[in-house]
Write a protein of this length. Structure first.
Length: 658
């Protein structure tokens, strides 16, 4: 499993510096124990996700990982300190596998990403002291813990972009290994060391300390030539496959005959390479989780079957032992009589000793005696069966002990059979659940930025009568809806509550029917603050465009996104807060969220939601699974079209019962 090399880190940082400088830090997440994802807002580009995996990788990603429902402490602390901060720089430290992300708001902070060994991610204050590390670590010379001063690890190896021939010569002269290992340990890694020796035509197993002047020159010149594209930013990002898996920013002769896929940036190449591994890891983790559930019941079944087998053996053996006591009644009774008579004169130990002697002498009946203890417990061996009896009681009572043991085991068999039957059902249930849950596993899907139609940048739906209805998302888009898109024959809607969108039915010169008016009212109510408050209905009014004004009365102020309504308002009382989500064909296939009747008109595949308790991200995952159109519907699509606030999925059959 590949970890990024020093060269990879250089290429990534170079690209990210150009991309992120001046960007604003948004939220931080921690999808796995060693992985942090930070979302940035880049002017003119929008959302950019960067994944940082301690000890492994750093790159921009189009494959966002599912986040835990309860965020761990580390990303919450990052949100506290650096959310809203501006990126000042991102750079590689000392050509090592260490990245520094420098950000600033009221104060300056540095996020250090260590990609060597098991790695770490550490937030520093402007004085270089540790605020919090992802992992607390202690060494004799370094302490990675809160409030400690952060110390970089000792310099290891050479910087191939700046190395002098004398420095390279010292590396070789002071080595006790061969050339290939010496180069690899100097920070160049195995692959690049192989490449250098291949290009310079120097033997790998040559002793580093005995390297000739000509070989040193050849290696030095090759290093300069090999890493020249890093100096000139002339990268050749690629994924190598066909028997060898690798991702790298440079063309290497060592991979000359391998199959390659090229990319515009090394970040894109790294994203495709590492994300494919992550998808496989996630799938395996889910397989392990549900496999463990099945194994738990299979282990229980094995124990129950062993118990059942044990009870059957107990019945067979106990019955046989009881029968043997009766079959050898005379012989055993004779032994018991002898013991009973002897007990008047001797102790149990003395009797046991005499019985032992009698057996050795071959006296009649003594051959079945194994032992007698000081409590009067007599052990007999009859037909290879070891039978323990109480010498103080009669044979029928001893036999009954065995018969009762068999009966007790027989009674327990019924219960065990019921338990086994139940466990078999549990195994089938767990296997079916595993199959269902594995189908529901949402592996990271590539987030491709779509070219949105003009109406998709707003709230929108197509009414059941075929009218386009649009609404604002915020103050800016409310202004756009009214000033840019509302025309004379349209109808303007607004929910009678603070925090509601401006909604417009586009008439296209046609008369607007009551059904569309009712649907637009429900739409306006559903995307208002009434949804976040958990209301089931909300009053909505509509007016004509000439009643909507931005001109206030003298002394009044109208804030951005708000409008003055003059004249009579037409109310739709108690408009229902209910939204259906489905993929419709309107100027191409696209996701639409609107009133139930409108969505039903254009698709049979939809999900209905109402104000509820499920967070938007979890709800989006569930809706996406139910729609089963992952090739069209992304998580971003769903998050964009859903109302603000929490919601729950509604069964349409429950609506009919109302």
């Amino acid at each position: 499993m590949k970890n990024m090399s020093n060269v990879d880190v250089y290429a990534v940082c170079h690209e990210l510096r150009d991309l992120l400088k001046g960007a604003r830090v948004d939220k931080a997440y921690q999808p796995t124990k060693d992985t942090v994802l930070i979302r940035f807002h880049v002017a003119g580009k929008g959302r950019v996700d960067i994944v940082f995996q301690a000890g492994r990788r750093i790159h921009m990603t189009q494959y966002p990982l599912p986040n835990p429902k309860i965020p761990p402490n580390f990303p919450m602390l990052l949100r506290k300190y650096i959310k809203g901060a501006t990126v000042e720089d991102i750079r590689q430290y000392n050509f090592d596998r260490i990245v520094e992300l420098h950000v600033a708001k009221e104060q300056k902070f540095t996020l250090v990403i260590e990609l060597f060994a098991k790695g770490n991610i550490i937030l520093l204050d402007e004085e270089g002291k540790i605020i919090l590390p992802l992992k607390r670590k202690l060494w004799s010379d370094r302490k990675i813990s809160s409030k400690e001063e952060y110390k970089y690890p000792p310099k290891r190896g050479i910087n191939p972009l700046e190395v002098k021939k004398e420095e390279l010569e010292d590396v070789f002269r002071n080595s006790d290994s061969d050339v290939i290992r010496t180069l690899a340990r100097s920070g160049l890694g195995g692959i690049y060391s192989e490449e250098i020796l291949l290009r310079s035509n120097v033997q790998k197993d040559l002793s580093a300390a005995e390297i000739s002047s000509s070989d040193l020159d050849s290696i030095y010149n090759t290093i300069y030539e090999l890493f020249e594209p890093l100096r000139t930013s002339n990268f050749h990002p690629q994924i190598v496959s066909d028997g060898k898996e690798d991702v790298l920013p440079l063309d290497l002769k060592i991979y000359e005959n391998y199959k390659k896929e090229t990319f515009e940036t090394y970040n894109e190449a790294a994203d495709e390479f590492f994300s494919s591994e992550v998808r496989e890891t996630i799938k395996n983790e889910y397989e392990d989780v549900w496999g463990a559930e099945v194994k738990k019941f299979e282990k229980r079944l094995k124990i129950q079957e062993e118990t059942l087998d044990k009870f059957h053996k107990t019945i067979k053996v106990s019955k046989k032992r009881g029968d043997l006591l009766y079959a050898n009644y005379g012989k055993i009774q004779s032994i018991l009589n002898i013991i009973k008579d002897a007990r008047e004169k001797y102790s149990w130990n003395e009797i046991a000793s005499k019985l032992k002697t009698a057996r050795k002498q071959g006296l009649a009946g003594a051959d079945i005696i194994e032992s007698l203890d000081k409590l009067g417990n007599l052990t007999l061996k009859i037909e290879d069966e070891v039978i323990n009896i109480d010498a103080k009681v009669e044979i029928p009572e001893n036999a009954e002990v065995y018969y009762e043991k068999a009966k007790k085991a027989k009674r327990k068999i019924t219960g065990v059979n019921i338990a086994i039957e139940k466990t078999i059902k549990e195994i089938e249930k767990a296997k079916n659940k595993k199959e269902i849950e594995m189908e529901r596993v949402t592996l990271p899907q590539k987030r491709v930025k779509k070219e949105l139609k003009w109406f998709e940048k707003l709230r929108w739906f197509l009414s059941s009568d075929g009218f386009l209805v649009i609404g604002g998302r915020d103050a800016n888009s409310n202004e756009i809806v009214v000033k840019k898109y509302m025309e004379n024959n349209d109808i303007y809607f607004h929910s009678d509550i603070h925090g509601a969108p401006s909604v417009v039915i586009k008439s296209q010169g046609k008369e607007i029917p009551e059904t569309t008016i009712d649907e637009a009212a429900s739409f306006a109510a559903s995307f208002s603050s009434a949804w976040t408050k958990g209301f089931g209905s909300q009053d909505v009014y509509w007016v004509h465009p000439d009643q909507v004004s931005k001109t206030p009365q003298s002394g009044e102020f109208v804030k951005k996104g708000a409008f003055i309504i003059r004249g009579t308002r037409n109310y739709v009382r108690a408009a229902t807060l209910l939204i259906a989500v489905g993929v419709v064909d309107y100027e191409g296939e696209r996701l639409m969220a609107g009133p139930l009747d409108a969505v039903k008109k254009y698709t049979d595949n939809y999900v209905i939601i109402k104000p509820g308790y499920t967070k938007k991200e979890a709800l989006s995952r569930e809706i996406r699974h139910k729609l089963n159109q992952e090739h069209i519907v992304t998580m971003d699509d769903l998050v964009r079209v859903l109302p603000s606030g929490k919601a729950d999925i509604v069964d349409e059959r429950d609506l009919r019962r109302r």
